[in-house]
Design a protein around this ligand. Structure first.
Ligand code: ADE
Length: 292
């Protein structure tokens, strides 16, 4: 899977993601992480990418031009598919030729947002594929595990990180397909949210986790939180591991774990529990517990 990030702070993302499990998956070539520095697509002497907001108000707004050209550049790279691994793009002299965007190009972009044509190998017919562009914003839909699973099906994903007071609305309308927030709080930029999303999506790509089973049975599976885990020593500062886990009785362990998941979800995330499907026996267990 190929991640592309449009950002003013490529180092932040590269350093944040190039370690541990994601770092190993990058080394193995299961993932590629491609940074595009929006500033490299500025047109002015000082490489400025922001400007004052029309209508007045505090803060600065990211100008549409550099974002548009940087996105176009990625779309070209995706089309060319140059066997990218973990890199930053080299720019053809800041894309001088693209400074003026023709009316036709704009029209084309509006009607076929981010589409590229590939040929279906089985029947030689052209297939239109849309490359999703995720704009990180507190105004977007709140990211969750289901969305991570959906995005993990894509071959290429582009993340657009904003700064200052946001990005000029016109370029967002032209390139963005998904507006995503990572929660109801405001951060200084989209880089941390992009890293959060890339981590959550990348670990679902086959082969990224050592053990594929661990992505299957975990928190949010069936709308339940994960049960508590224990490892050695058996007694830690006078606290013992629950006895059932030492019993070697597989069915009993499974039953205990499910009950713990239910209790934890009831306590911490009652909103999730409403969506969980419980057996009659599990419902009775929960009701008996709540009555206590
Ligand atoms: N940018 C600033 N705050 C954000 C948030 N909560 N989610 C996504 N992008 C953001």
């Amino acid at each position: 899977m190929n991640f592309y990030v449009l950002t003013l702070f490529p180092d932040m993302i590269e350093q944040g993601l190039n370690t541990s499990i994601i770092g190993r998956a990058l080394d193995k070539g299961l993932l590629t992480l491609n940074m595009v520095d929006i500033r490299d697509f500025a047109e002015n002497k000082h490489n400025r990418v922001d400007d004052y907001p029309y209508g007045g108000g505090a803060g600065m707004v990211m100008a549409p031009g550099p974002v548009y050209r940087a996105h176009q550049y990625i779309m070209e790279q995706i089309k060319l598919r140059k066997g990218l691994t973990h890199n930053r793009f080299e720019y053809p002299d800041k894309m001088e030729a693209d400074k003026t965007v023709s009316a036709e190009t704009l029209e084309e972009n509006k009607s076929e947002k981010n589409q590229s044509t590939e040929v279906d190998k089985q029947n030689s017919k052209p297939i239109k594929k849309q490359t999703r562009v995720i704009y990180l914003t507190p105004q977007g839909s709140v990211f969750n595990q289901g969305m991570a699973e959906e995005f993990a099906e894509e071959e290429d994903l582009i993340f657009l990180c904003g700064h200052y007071e946001g990005i000029d609305e016109r370029v967002l309308e032209m390139v963005v397909t998904d507006y995503v927030s990572i929660g109801d709080y405001v951060l200084t930029g989209g880089e941390l949210p992009a890293m959060v999303m890339i981590d959550a999506i990348a670990r679902l790509v086959p082969g990224v986790l050592n053990n594929d089973v661990s992505a299957e049975f975990e928190t949010f599976q069936d709308n339940l939180l994960e049960y508590p885990q224990y490892t050695r020593p058996e007694v830690f500062m006078e606290k013992s591991v629950p006895e059932v886990l030492l019993s070697g009785h597989h069915a009993k362990v499974e039953e205990w774990r499910k009950q713990q998941s239910i209790l934890r979800t009831a306590k911490n995330r009652p909103d999730l529990l409403k969506k969980a499907e419980l057996s009659q026996k599990e419902k009775k267990f929960l009701n008996d517990y709540l009555k206590k």
